[in-house]
Design a binder for this molecule. Structure first.
Ligand code: SF4
Ligand code: SF4
Length: 128
């Protein structure tokens, strides 16, 4: 189950892996003799129950809404909200934010290490 969850987080899983994950969780619950085995799959089963769409997004679109899965996270600047203040650019530790003074900034996805610093530094909530 852990291997499948890691595949999902890394953008390497398919929709079939979600089926396998659920099947495994149910079978582990049924087949376990001890209480630990019977309850260990519960977090996976309840997240599948309430967040199945997000599991599918990870498997099919390779997308993580919260950007917690660093390998598939995509942090972007909303050009509608950006006021070109440059704060994010000054705070980025790897100089991944591009744009000249008074220009709206853009994140270079090749350089971005998904640290999240720019999200916290933007006073206009333009990054997510
Ligand atoms: S901090 Fe926000 S408003 Fe300022 S340049 Fe960056 S994205 Fe634009
Ligand atoms: S997430 Fe981190 S590395 Fe990526 S652009 Fe923002 S500050 Fe730079």
């Amino acid at each position: 189950m852990l291997e499948i969850l890691e595949k999902l987080c890394n953008g390497e899983a398919s929709e079939y892996d979600i089926y396998r994950l659920e099947k495994l969780a149910v079978n582990i619950k049924k087949a376990s003799v001890c209480g630990l085995g019977q309850s260990a799959p519960n977090p996976v089963l309840s997240t599948l129950r309430y967040f199945r769409e997000e599991f599918k997004e990870h498997a099919i679109e390779k997308k993580c809404r919260t950007n917690e899965c660093k390998k598939i996270a995509k942090i972007e600047i909303d050009p509608e909200k950006c006021k070109a203040c440059g704060l994010c650019q000054r705070n980025c530790p790897v100089e991944a934010i591009e744009g000249e003074a008074r220009e709206k900034r853009v994140i270079n996805q090749e350089k971005c290490i998904k640290c999240g610093t720019c999200i916290a530094s933007c006073p206009f909530q333009a990054i997510g």
